[in-house]
Ligand binder design. Structure first.
Ligand code: ASP
Ligand code: SER
Ligand code: ZN
Length: 466
């Protein structure tokens, strides 16, 4: 109840809300929670599926993801999907205990449960934040419904009515991605009949030009340099992990790190030479440039306005990876003509529009798990009810409460809040539009690249610094 100066009040609030995993004060429980968090993330990192027919040829998430993106055989797709979703079964009991202990920590800080803590970081009441998300989803849902309807029809045409029944949820293994979260992998199945995008398959072009893992990262750095940002420090190149190690298991899920709150910036990922990772590199570097931009602030303020901003930054820059930009780099020879716009927009929609309901459901599930509305006995069933309701997808194989499908998505065992990605999926288009205006670009937004615009870079830098 004490009235404090605004800055101090904000700092006091941040001391409570900035943790994503508050530990209970009891020493034994703190240790137990720490162990569980490490075990769950370790189980995800070690996750492998070993086919019964070839028990020595185990597949990791990189290999299984490649199957989901490239195979067009429903049986092979289902095996890869079910294989990966079997790695999380043993997480179930641990996750249940993890929730109990994390909730205790949140309660000690004055929150009803961990979900309320997570919702309290958006400069509005936790309930108002939940309502705002529903409002946003209501605005974009018609676009998703159209995409869903169109894609399902094309999948029915490809696989037949038995595999993809019209009027029913889309089987989740047919969308080109292990979690059905971005659908760009099936562009070839759904592209407009007359769509010619000459030389626009970036994966093919990257491979043809012999671009390696570090070369991919250099393209990312080059974009930020063109906006006027200083180059990454030598330590970034020495200390990052760009390539999957041969001699040990690691968590391959890409992440960005700020080790000393100054300039020891790093990324950790198992880079593959393809379009998706080209974009993910920009995503991760966005975190690093953001971290560096605000490094002069006091400790509690070393963060973005909210976590949606942090996730949006690199994606915003990646929206400028247009055909014109790729031509500048010499990665494609020809810019597709204006007639290719529908195809280009569809390509973007497959990733960015498809992601919207996915981004929403992960924490709709977790919030109810933390509040107890979803009891452990219904973890998996409730997960698929949410997926069906928002994404309109269904599991390809029978599920039961011995499964723990949420654990097959990194952010659940990794305890990373997920609403930030839904917010970022909206914010990045607002940022892109504003930056394109600043850069003085006149054409349609989807053809705009802010590459080389120091005016846009200045504005972006000024925002990140705050
Ligand atoms: N770290 C990113 C996401 O989870 C990038 C990715 O792997 O897609 O936040
Ligand atoms: N990077 C996040 C994920 O992999 C959002 O795209 O889920
Ligand atoms: Zn991120």
């Amino acid at each position: 109840g004490v009235k404090l100066p605004a800055e101090l009040e904000r700092k006091m609030g941040l001391l409570k809300s900035s943790q994503v995993l508050p530990a209970p004060s009891d020493a034994a429980k703190r240790e137990e929670l720490t162990q569980l968090a490490a075990e769950l993330e370790g189980m995800y990192g070690r996750g492998k599926y070993c086919p019964p027919a070839k028990p020595t040829e185990c597949m990791d998430i990189g290999q299984l993801s490649a199957v989901l993106t490239t195979s067009r055989d429903p049986q092979e797709l289902e095996t890869a999907w079910a294989g990966w979703h079997s790695i999380s079964r043993p997480m179930r009991g641990k996750y249940q205990r993890f929730v109990e202990l994390a909730n205790e920590g949140a309660k000690e800080l004055g929150y009803a449960n961990l979900g309320e803590l997570w919702r309290s970081k958006y400069d509005m009441q936790p309930d108002a934040f939940a309502a705002e998300l529903d409002r946003l989803w209501g605005q974009v849902k018609p676009l998703y419904d159209s995409l869903h309807c169109y894609v399902r029809a094309r999948l029915t045409a490809t696989y037949g009515k038995e595999v993809v029944p019209p009027g029913a949820p889309i089987p989740a293994h047919l969308l080109g991605n292990m979690w059905a979260q971005q659908w760009g992998g099936i562009y070839d199945l759904v592209k407009p009949a007359n769509a010619v995008l000459p030389g626009f398959d970036l994966t093919t072009q990257l491979k043809a030009k012999g671009v390696d893992e570090l070369g991919m990262v250099r393209y990312g750095e080059g974009f930020f340099s063109s906006l006027g940002f200083a180059k990454l420090p030598a330590t970034f190149w020495e200390r990052s992990m760009f390539i999957k190690p041969r001699d040990r298991d690691v968590v391959c899920h890409a992440s960005a790190w700020d080790i000393d709150q100054k300039d020891d910036l790093r990324i950790k990922m198992c880079i593959e030479i393809n379009e998706e990772d080209f974009s993910t590199i920009h995503h991760e570097l966005g975190h690093n440039y953001y971290q560096r931009a605000y490094n002069g602030k006091s400790t509690l303020f070393l963060d973005s306005a909210n976590d949606g901003f942090h996730e949006a930054l690199g994606d915003t820059v990646a929206l400028s990876v247009t055909p014109a930009y790729l031509k500048t780099l010499g990665l494609i020879d020809q810019e597709p003509p204006a007639e290719a716009d529908i195809a280009l927009l569809l390509q973007t929609a497959l990733d960015k529009v498809a992601f919207l309901p996915f981004g929403l459901t992960i924490d709709k599930w977790r919030w109810e798990v933390f509040s107890g509305k979803i009891p452990p006995a219904q973890y998996n069933q409730a997960w698929w009810e949410l997926k069906r309701k928002y994404q309109g997808v269904a599991p390809p194989a029978a599920r039961s409460e011995t499964d723990f499908d949420p654990g097959a998505k990194f952010h659940v065992p990794g305890n990373t809040p997920y609403m930030r990605y839904f917010l970022a999926d909206v914010l990045q288009f607002q940022f892109h539009r504003a930056l394109c205006q600043t850069a003085g670009q006149k054409g349609p937004l989807h053809r705009c690249s802010i590459y080389g615009s120091e005016a846009a870079g200045d504005k972006l830098g000024a925002m990140m610094e705050m």
